[in-house]
Write a protein that binds this ligand. Structure first.
Ligand code: HEC
Length: 118
């Protein structure tokens, strides 16, 4: 019976292939199921925006230093417009590459969920 080793080999190849696919999917996963202002939103803003958007000389008068100010910029549509590089908005972060898609998705989710102070 030559068929058994061949079949086993085939199964082994097939499952290793499936495993790789799962790993790939897992690594590409963007989990937006538990987005919080105090976690993802503030982390992204602190790392990418706060340097230019806080204090007396905040760029364009856009303040992203606390919840009330971030919420106001989000309500105006400018927050999402700027980070998604939408027409009519100045692309942010200024002089830096666009944020990773997952960071944008997290902020979009926070906005869709009602911009809670959570
Ligand atoms: C290197 C400095 C710098 C960084 C970093 C930066 N910005 Fe800006 N931002 C600016 C400048 C300059 C303007 C334009 C101000 C003006 O219109 O006079 C601006 C404008 C904006 C506006 C208004 C856009 C519009 O079309 O009206 C928003 C919203 C904004 N930034 C959000 C962000 C966010 C969110 C981040 C982080 C992801 C960020 N910025 C990072 C400098 C920066």
């Amino acid at each position: 019976m030559k068929l058994i080793p061949v079949t086993l080999l085939f199964i082994a190849l097939l499952s290793s292939c499936t495993y790789n696919k799962e790993e790939l999917l897992y690594n590409n996963t963007c989990d937006t199921s538990n987005v919080k202002y105090s976690v993802q939103v503030t982390n992204t803003i602190a790392a990418n925006c706060i340097g230019c958007h806080s204090g007396a000389s905040a760029s364009g008068g856009i303040m992203l230093d606390d919840f009330t100010n971030v919420r106001a910029v989000a309500v105006s549509g400018k927050l999402l417009g700027a980070i998604t590089h939408s027409p009519g908005y100045r692309a942010m972060p200024d002089f830096s590459p666009k944020l990773p898609e997952c960071r944008i998705a997290e902020i979009r989710t926070w906005i869709r969920n009602g911009m809670l102070n959570n």
